[in-house]
Design a protein around this ligand. Structure first.
Ligand code: HEC
Length: 783
């Protein structure tokens, strides 16, 4: 690619000549390639020297709970903690394991060693860290196992050191070009000098500018009030914000965490490590405090949430009107604490609902980025792309019909209520109980919908964002085992649509985020997923209830194809709807789903709320928008499927590719090419491959980087875009696609790969300055 060719890249050292060593036993590892002159003294002795290298070359895999061998390189504390061979993501474990969250579950090096973590820094050239770098010299071919599936950790590594086996897997950076000689010098100097870290500071907000420290103090003062109402609201706020990266616009890259601390905030924060945020923090006194996150920000679990003085006033007002009085603090027992409808029953529903809506994108994003860093968990029960709308709080059923609200909160049973480590027999009995309660709750809902909306629900039942809040319409994109949420109706008209009412929205947050414990066992994990499957159908039903009654089941059946799935709909009474008519008038002969979405977007919402029309991708929706010449080109490949348009190419693309277009003036435009893989249904956890409907697949093209795990990077000069688009239109087979990526794609072992990655990161920071974080390359194409 011309852009990359024009850049100069130094390959650290030659791999040739060392190849013969691979199969020998007792291999002596070669020294790291170095730029240092003989006798020259080490120069890079501080953590600040190595950190940029780790950030750009290692954190692209080693971050968050997903870090291979749990080597988390986002901070010095993670490096010092070292490696542990147990995989966090084990949905089949019979017994819950102890959590290993950095900064939370242990603080000192000894504590981590006691938990089984092994050192990777000591031993100079023989340290695990340097050995992993040195092994690249023995590599003859890249690994064939995707990085996320390879877990050859320290025990095996001892064997590797002497036999030379598995070099492809154990040399770092995994399956990517080696570090340069200069970079190697920096790391080996630092390791040789004892791998010193920055001065240990207590977790605090001390490093913030003074005016922001004052703002933090007012938030802490608000959260730590002692009256009952305030304590209940603070508990609610904490549970919804414990994952957030809170920031002030004045210093938008200083991200704060909110925790419960056993020490007063001003004295330095000591997080109380409970498995879930709803667990008992222990005897008072303890405090809600903020601290600045010391780790470098990664895109996949970065959940920015803005704080400001206006926001604090808004929250104060929201939770004091309508006026109310707390009767008691809810218990921390799992049964109560896991059910938000019960635990927070004293806070008016409308205040809770408004709080969720105000930052709905954040809340929905937590389902995905959530406590698990990737949403592999929840995402195989969601569609590839769908729009999300919300109910207007004043007309939400729980708000309007208090009798319903009072009854339903006792009817809902969330899997989190079973507590930690539920017995395996509970998979069946627990699911049975959940289904039983759900049937009761659905019946109740249908009865009360009939009572409250005898004429049906109209557009006024859909939240209009109060005329200025662009959180009112969101789109979720799934990329296999992860997903991305954006504001606006992006991509073409989606197959399925969610309308989240308060109850469904809040239970989604609790099921997927607040109650979910990735270290818990198979029962907890399976029930969480099964419950998500039910909530998804509730959210879809909420949309279908707006359509003419004859259309509801028809449309739903088109989303749930396959005899087993139809049987399941039958069994769960999913083919029944509340007996209310459609209040909205639909024109005959035109798809009612499309009409409904257009009515919401163009009649119910104003432009400020719905944002720009997606002129590149909308086909079913009216895409009335002037496109520039690049967009006009990209539209030629957007939202076309084999079934509809007789084009083959969409199905060959990877889940998420990023296209970087170099303009003539050397600036860049970055687009995400999202492959929407269609399914006959998403109603089951297993056998996803058997439920694909590839002929309906489409591509969505949107500016920016819309996912944390790019599978492919494409480069093209602006003048070549129309040729590239023509070539895409001609792709008819996997072979065609291979030659296409050979021309425009960046191969992971190409020495230019790192430049491409660096460029992508700088573009991400430019385009999404607050949302930006280090991407994850562990899913990058293995070709
Ligand atoms: C593309 C993903 C990826 C990148 C980038 C990457 N690693 Fe790794 N790393 C892995 C995987 C996967 C493993 C687990 C070993 C295996 O199964 O092959 C691993 C294991 C390790 C281990 C071994 C831990 C143990 O228990 O033995 C060390 C040390 C390590 N990496 C260091 C680094 C360093 C230093 C960098 C940056 C120069 C880096 N890695 C970049 C994927 C990556």
């Amino acid at each position: 690619m011309p852009i990359l060719k024009s850049l100069n890249f130094r390959v650290g050292f030659s791999l040739l000549g060392l190849i013969f060593l691979t199969n020998c036993t007792a291999v002596k590892l070669p020294l790291l390639a170095s730029e240092r002159k003989p006798g020259e003294a080490p120069r890079y002795l501080e953590f600040k020297h190595v950190q940029p290298i780790f950030n750009s070359r290692c954190v692209v895999c080693h971050s968050c709970l997903e870090s291979p061998c749990q080597v988390n390189m986002q901070s010095w504390e993670g490096l010092r903690r070292g490696a542990y061979h147990k995989n966090v993501y084990d949905g089949l474990r019979i017994d819950a394991v102890a959590p290993t969250r950095l900064y939370e579950d242990a603080q000192t090096e000894q504590q981590w060693r006691a938990k089984g973590f092994v050192d990777i820094l000591n031993g100079g050239d023989d340290s695990l860290l340097i050995s992993a770098l040195r092994l690249t010299a023995l590599r003859t071919s890249p690994p064939k196992t995707p990085a996320r599936d390879s877990m050859i950790c320290y025990q095996e590594r001892k064997r590797v050191k002497t036999s030379g086996d598995n070099v492809a897997e154990t040399s770092m950076p995994y399956g990517l070009p080696p570090l340069s000689a200069g970079e190697n010098d920096v790391i080996s100097d630092w390791v040789a000098s004892g791998a010193p870290g920055p001065a240990a500071l207590p977790l605090s907000t001390n490093s913030l500018p003074k005016n922001l420290k004052n703002q933090v103090k007012s938030w802490e003062a608000y959260l730590n009030q002692s009256d009952l109402n305030s304590k209940l609201v603070s508990r609610y706020l904490y549970e919804h914000l414990f994952l957030a990266h809170l920031y002030f616009k004045e210093s938008p890259r200083d991200f704060l965490k909110l925790v419960r601390s056993s020490t007063a905030c001003a004295a330095g924060v000591t997080p109380i490590a409970t498995r879930r945020p709803t667990d008992d923090p222990g005897p008072a006194p303890w405090f809600y405090c903020f601290y600045k996150d010391p780790a470098v920000i990664v895109y996949k679990n970065h959940l920015p949430y803005e704080l400001s003085t206006q926001k604090l006033s808004w929250i104060k007002k929201n939770f004091s009107s309508p006026s109310w009085k707390a009767s008691k603090m809810p218990s921390y027992s799992a049964e109560t604490a896991a059910n938000p409808l019960l635990a927070f029953e004293d806070i008016p529903v409308i205040s809770r609902h408004r709080f969720l809506l105000e930052n709905a994108e954040y809340e929905v994003m937590t389902f995905i980025k959530g406590p698990v860093c990737n949403g592999s968990f929840a995402v195989n029960v969601i569609q590839e792309q769908f729009f999300v709308f919300f109910t207007q709080p004043e007309t939400d059923l729980m708000v309007l019909d208090t009798e319903y609200g009072n009854l339903v909160k006792h009817e809902e049973l969330l899997p989190g209520g079973l507590g930690t480590n539920p017995g395996t027999s509970k998979i069946l009995t627990g699911y049975y109980d959940i289904l039983k309660h759900r049937s009761g709750a659905r019946l109740l809902k249908a009865q009360h919908l009939q009572k409250t909306f005898p004429q049906g629900m109209g557009l006024g039942n859909i939240w209009n964002g109060d005329g200025n809040n662009s959180n009112a319409i969101l789109t979720v994109f799934r990329h296999l085992d992860n997903a991305k949420v954006v504001k606006g109706a992006k991509g073409d008209l989606s197959k399925t649509i969610f309308v989240l009412d308060y109850s469904v929205f809040e239970r989604l947050v609790y099921n997927l985020v607040i109650n979910f414990d990735v270290f818990d066992n198979v029962t907890h994990q399976t029930l969480t997923r099964l419950y998500m499957d039910l909530l998804r159908m509730d959210a879809e039903d909420n949309f279908l209830q707006f359509l003419p009654s004859a259309e509801r089941l028809k449309l739903k059946e088109s989303w749930y194809k396959g005899w087993l799935t139809e049987w399941k709909l039958d069994l769960l009474d999913e083919n029944k709807f509340a007996k209310i008519p459609a209040k909205i008038k639909f024109a005959p002969g035109i798809d009612t789903k499309k009409q409904m979405v257009e009515k919401i977007l163009f009649e119910r919402m104003n432009k400020k709320v719905r944002g720009e029309n997606d002129g590149v991708n909308w086909r079913a929706l009216n895409a009335d928008k002037k496109l520039n010449s690049l967009e006009t080109e990209l539209r030629k490949i957007a939202s076309l499927s084999k079934e509809r348009d007789k084009v083959e190419f969409s199905q060959f693309f990877d889940h998420l590719s990023v296209l970087i277009v170099r303009e003539q003036d050397d600036t860049y435009k970055t687009y995400s090419i999202i492959h929407n893989q269609e399914h006959t249904n998403v109603s089951w956890i297993l056998n996803e491959d058997g439920r694909m409907a590839a002929s309906e697949d489409t591509l969505t093209l949107l500016p920016g980087v819309l996912g944390a795990y790019p599978n492919e990077i494409f480069y093209v000069d602006r003048k070549d875009v129309s040729t590239m688009v023509e070539e895409i239109l001609l792709i008819r087979s996997g072979k065609h696609y291979e030659s296409f990526i050979a021309k425009y794609g960046v191969n992971r072992m190409d020495p230019k790969m790192w430049m491409a990655s660096d460029l992508l990161h700088s573009e991400l920071s430019r385009l999404q300055p607050i949302e930006a974080g280090i991407l994850d390359l562990s899913r990058y194409s293995l070709r």
